[in-house]
Design a protein around this ligand. Structure first.
Ligand SMILES: [Zn+2]
Length: 352
């Protein structure tokens, strides 16, 4: 059931070219009068744009402290939160991929600080969401609900330079919403769970828009704009709902099951959920299955178990164990409880 939540939506989204150097002007535009900023990044992101941002801010006499993040785990969150406590900046900026942004979002939320998210890639829907995924002491990713970013700045010049594999993963995370939204409707029908139709429409609209693009190519500007908007909408849907439900159903359970039971698999989150979504959509008899599969083929999304390093038997085990993940979230896996034979049959049908 959607929680009554205070999770507010990001106040602004800036998407376009040459945004990094224009950061002081953007802050001014949204009336953010920070004098002391903590910039969270990693070595790579400092090199690809962090230095430009630093120079632009310092030219406006803004005191900027850089803080490195090297992993999205508990020690990085704690270290960052302590730094925020001692330095007391009036704004936190996260500039990086998913790891940097997840740490920045949770540390800023814990310390009740205004936070701006500036992704350097579009690998998942965390860029504008209230969810932060942090690895625990056993290296298992754990989702935390925190405050959504105050603003999101997406510089397409930076995004174009992101590894293609990361952008593909973002596509997988967005397409996976079509499976998650189906599961939310299913829980409503079978379990009378309350739903928020607006949140669900927002979550699936980005996926449908991608699937309907003419001549989709991963590095095309229109494609990247749609991907960015879709991932932002997905974050908005989670803010409105108050949990990750509109963007996380059976396919995310399978991905978490892979993290738990097959830790040697090193697929990106978006790859895992994007591939798992094809399986769950087949199980759901989801009307978008064939369009999603054809779209993956057109853009070259790696839709196979071998890409994840999973054997057929391992995948069967992973699916069987997926109902142990977040058992309170009712999905097609709880509804159909597929046997090993049925799972195998779908793998054959999909030619995974
Ligand atoms: Zn996801």
């Amino acid at each position: 059931m959607p929680k009554n939540t205070t999770a507010s939506l990001p106040r602004f989204i800036e998407l376009g070219e040459m945004k990094i150097g224009a950061l002081p002007r953007i802050l001014e535009k949204y009336d953010i009068k920070s004098k002391k900023i903590m910039l969270l990044c990693d070595e790579n992101t400092l090199r690809i744009g962090g230095q430009v941002m630093l120079a632009a801010l310092q030219a406006k006499d803004i005191d900027v402290h850089e803080q490195g993040v090297d992993n999205s785990d508990d020690p990085n969150v704690m270290r960052t939160a302590e730094k925020i406590e001692t330095e007391n900046p009036d704004l936190i900026i996260g500039f990086g991929g998913g790891r940097v942004l997840d740490v920045a979002k949770l540390a800023a939320g814990t310390k009740n600080k205004k936070y701006i998210s500036i992704p350097t890639t579009l690998s998942n829907d965390g860029i504008a969401s209230p969810v932060s995924v942090i690895k625990d002491s056993k290296n298992i990713p754990v989702s935390h609900i925190t405050r959504a970013p105050f603003g999101v700045i997406i510089d397409l010049d930076i995004i174009r330079g992101a590894p293609k594999r990361h952008l593909m993963a973002g596509v997988g995370d967005l397409v996976s919403n079509l499976s998650a939204v189906f599961d939310a409707h299913l829980a409503h029908q079978k379990r009378s769970e309350e739903i928020n139709v607006n949140a669900l429409e927002l979550a699936e609209s980005g996926g449908h828009r991608l699937l309907n693009l003419e001549n989709p190519t991963i590095d095309n500007t229109v494609f990247l704009q749609e991907l960015a908007h879709g991932l932002v909408r997905s974050g908005f849907a989670m803010c409105i709902w108050g949990t990750s439900r509109p963007a996380s159903g059976s396919e995310h359970k399978i991905s978490h099951s892979i993290d738990h039971f097959c830790p040697r698999c090193n697929g990106l989150h978006g790859e895992q959920v994007g591939i798992a979504a094809i399986f769950t959509m087949a199980l759901q008899e989801n009307p978008s299955l064939h369009a999603a599969r054809a779209f993956y083929d057109r853009i070259g999304f790696p839709c196979s178990l071998t890409h994840l390093g999973l054997s057929r038997d391992e995948f069967v085990t992973v699916v069987r164990n997926a109902t142990k993940i977040r058992p309170e979230r009712y999905t097609v896996l709880e509804d159909k409880r597929p046997t090993d034979k049925e799972i195998s049959h779908i793998i054959d049908f999909l030619d995974f």
